[in-house]
Design a protein around this ligand. Sequence first.
Ligand SMILES: *Cc1c(COP(=O)(O)O)cnc(C)c1O
Length: 363
Amino acid sequence: MTSDTALASLEFAVTPHPSAATAAERDRLLADPVFGTVFTDHMVQITWTEGEGWHDALVQPYAPLSLDPAAAVLHYGQEIFEGIKAYRHADGSIHTFRPDQNARRMQRSAHRLALPELPVEHFVQSLRALIAVDGAWVPSGADQSLYLRPFMFASEPFLGVRPAHEVSYLVIASPVGAYFKGGAKPVSIWLSEEYARAGKGGTGAAKTGGNYAASLLPQAEAYGQGCDQVVFLDNERNVEELGGMNIVFVRRDGTLVTPASDSILEGITRASLLQLARDRGHAVEQRPVSLDEWRAGVASGDIVEAFACGTAAVVAPIGALKGHDFTDQQPLGELALSLREELTDIQYGRREDRHGWLVRLDA
Ligand SMILES: *Cc1c(COP(=O)(O)O)cnc(C)c1O
């Protein structure tokens, strides 16, 4: 299903929104957006069919989709998505962060879900095409950004079970402020013992809606236990990740340790934070981390910090781990927040981008 040979530039046909938000309406919506509730005027849509491959690249007014009730995604969940942000720099220019990484991850997710792979170039072009019409929606306030949500699903109306022959790729965009109001407050984590998010050979390494669907009940259990987030274990009681964020531990000697597993989603935020830590001289270990190692490390003082990370929240220090019969308060250190500051400084253009991670979208 690889279509990386189809590298011809896509021509996007643009249909402007007939009643786009006025500047005043937009300013009001950008003032204090609640995560994932406000959307820009337009969306991108590209269609794939078995016969024609990727075609009909459109920028259209943001609007509800018309979907056949037999569309395969509604029955069998053949769907994947991505999450990436656009940042406004002080000079007004608009940049995104490592989009090639998101594009490649979406290809890996597509492979696992038997969906067609969108060429990396087309992925980046789709972000540019949306920013070309909706660039004014990239906010300029502190910690604000435009969250871009590319996604792909089986739109073919067919109740038989096989990979769909018609697939839709869309990009929508949502202005967002700081994920956690009042700064990066430590989050409390509920240890899910009953439920797993993924398993060996499953879809844990793919960014697919089904993994999230499976995490909602344990997440609700976490809320019921007074916790903010849930952490999942694998069958050998190794730590995997939160429902939508990776986890990193800091040891007393400065080593960062993070789970390596085929059943977790490889975060680009995590990879970038680990690179910044390596640049500072920290050792980094990616290997299985058992729950016992985590708990014993906190008890002995060998683990001095734990944090969660992902595009939406960037970095969230972990303040407590709660299970059925214990609560481990977590030590809080300075590394998580210092790495968070360095990463966001790069993203917002306040610090040199020495790895060449930024890609300008508005030029
Ligand atoms: C998206 C996601 C992450 C974080 O990935 P980033 O690329 O850092 O945003 C972590 N875990 C899961 C399950 C995810 O879906």
